[in-house]
Design a protein around this ligand. Structure first.
Ligand code: PMP
Ligand code: GLN
Length: 378
C-alpha cells in the first residue's frame, strides 16, 4: 500500500452520471459531448491522413503545419500575431494542457486562486504539485467574479489565477471590465501568472469572445488552453493546444515531452487540413439554435432557467420542485424521470447547494425535444 496523493478524490461526476444514464436508459444531458455527426470533410481528412501514412510520431510540440493553421485562425479571429514556433504547443486535449501548465509553474506552498463552481480538473492538478488551491466563489446567481474579494486574497504567495471563459458549468462570459480589473491586479503583483481555460471560445452567443490574448499585459503572463474536442465536436479525439509566451512555452514543453511526448499525429494532420479549408465562425449560431430550441420547450416546466451566454451548457434551478440536495435530485431525475443532468454542488469545494443542475444542449434536435418533454412532466 502507499499514501494517496489525492485522498479526497473519487470518480468524476461526468463518469458517474453517464454510467447512471446508460444503466437506466435515460437521455444523457449530463457529461458534455455532442451526439450529432461531425462534418464529413473532417472524416475525409482522417482517411486522407491514413492514406498518406501519417501514422508515426509528430514533432514533440506538434506539427508545425497545424500550429501555423492555428496561428492563422487566431489572426483572422482576433487580429493578433501568435508565433507558431515559440508560442503554440499541441496537446492531448485541454486537460493535459491544463495539468502541464499548472505543473510547470506551481512550486510546493504556492497559492493558486480558482473560482467555484470550478471545472473539475484544476484543483487536483494544483494539489498533486503541492500547491494550495484558494477557492473563491463566483457570485450566485449571476456568477460574476467579485474582484474586491480577489484583490483581498492575492498576496506575494499567489502564483497563479485560473480563469475559465466562457465558463463551464455556469455559461457566463468575462466582460472587458473583468480584464481591466485583472490588468490592475497583475500590475500590482508582477509575479502573478494566469491560466486561462478558453475551450469554449467559439461558443459565445452575444458579442465576440474576449481572451486574455487580446490584452498584451495579460498575454505576456498567461497560459491559454483550447480544445479541438469542443470546437470540432470530437471530444473523444482528445486533442487541444496551449498558447503561452516563449519562456512559458519552453518550460511547458519540458513537462509535455515527458508526459506524452507528442499528441496523435494522424488526428493533427486531419485537423490541419480541416482548419485550412473551414470557417469556424458558424459554431456559436448552431449552438444558439439548439439552446433556444431546448429552452423554448421547457419554458412551461417548473424549472427556472438561468442566463446562458456561452458554452453548450445551461443551468436550471429546481427549487420550486424539490428540497432535495442537488446530487440526490440529479440522480432521481435520471432514474425516475429519464433525464441525466449534472448537480452543481460538486464543483464547489464546500459543496454549496443552490438547487441547480446543469444540462448539456450539444445534442440533436430530437434528443433535446425528448428530454424537454420529460422535464415538463415533473
Ligand atoms: N476545460 C473545460 C472548461 C472543459 O469543459 C473541458 C471539457 N472539454 C476541458 C477543459 C477539457 O477538454 P479536453 O476534453 O480537450 O481535455
Ligand atoms: N468537459 C465535459 C463536461 O463538462 C466532461 C469531460 C469529462 O468527462 N472529463 O461535461
Amino acid at each position: 500500500m502507499f499514501a494517496s496523493k489525492l485522498p479526497h478524490t473519487g470518480i468524476s461526476i461526468f463518469t458517474q452520471m453517464s454510467a447512471l444514464a446508460a444503466e437506466h436508459g435515460a437521455v444523457n444531458l449530463s457529461q458534455g459531448f455532442p451526439d450529432f455527426e461531425i462534418d464529413s470533410a473532417l472524416t475525409k481528412y482522417v482517411h486522407e491522413a491514413l492514406s498518406e501514412n501519417q501514422v508515426q510520431y509528430a514533432p514533440m510540440a506538434g506539427r508545425i503545419d497545424l500550429r501555423s493553421a492555428i496561428s492563422e485562425k487566431i489572426k483572422a479571429f482576433r487580429n493578433i500575431e501568435i508565433n507558431p514556433d515559440s508560442d503554440i504547443t499541441i496537446t492531448s486535449g485541454a486537460t493535459q494542457a491544463i495539468y502541464t501548465a499548472i505543473t510547470a509553474v506551481v512550486q510546493p506552498g504556492d497559492e493558486v486562486i480558482l473560482f467555484d463552481p470550478a471545472y473539475d480538473c484544476y484543483a487536483p492538478a494544483i494539489t498533486i504539485n503541492q500547491g494550495i488551491p484558494i477557492h473563491l466563489k463566483l457570485v450566485h446567481p449571476t456568477y460574476h467574479i467579485n474582484w474586491d474579494e480577489v484583490n483581498q486574497q492575492v498576496t506575494e504567495k499567489t502564483r497563479l489565477i485560473i480563469l475559465n471563459n466562457p465558463h463551464n458549468p455556469t455559461g457566463t462570459v468575462l466582460q472587458k471590465s473583468d480584464f481591466e480589473a485583472l490588468e490592475k491586479l497583475v500590475t500590482a503583483y508582477p509575479s502573478l501568472l494566469i491560466l486561462s481555460d478558453e475551450v469554449y471560445e467559439y461558443i459565445q452567443f452575444e458579442g465576440r469572445h474576449l481572451s486574455v490574448l487580446d490584452f498584451p499585459n495579460l498575454r505576456a503572463r498567461s497560459f491559454v488552453t483550447y480544445s479541438f474536442g469542443k470546437t470540432l465536436h470530437v471530444t473523444g479525439w482528445k486533442i487541444g493546444y496551449c498558447i503561452a509566451p516563449p519562456f512559458f512555452t519552453a518550460e511547458f514543453r519540458k513537462i509535455h515531452q515527458y508526459l506524452v511526448f507528442c499528441a496523435n499525429n494522424t488526428i493533427q494532420y486531419a485537423i490541419m487540413r480541416y482548419l485550412n479549408h473551414t470557417d469556424l465562425n458558424g459554431i456559436a449560431t448552431m449552438y444558439q439554435k439548439k439552446r433556444d430550441h431546448f429552452l423554448s420547450l421547457i419554458k412551461t416546466s417548473r424549472f427556472k432557467i438561468l442566463s446562458c451566454f456561452g458554452t453548450y451548457f445551461c443551468l436550471l434551478d429546481f427549487s420550486d420542485i424539490s428540497t432535495e440536495n442537488d446530487v440526490d435530485f440529479a440522480k432521481r431525475l435520471t432514474t425516475e424521470f429519464g433525464v441525466a443532468v449534472i448537480p452543481i454542488s460538486v464543483f464547489y469545494t464546500d459543496q454549496t447547494d443552490h438547487k441547480i443542475v446543469r444540462i448539456c444542449f450539444a445534442k440533436k434536435e430530437e434528443t433535446l425535444t425528448n428530454a424537454a418533454l420529460k422535464l415538463c412532466q415533473i
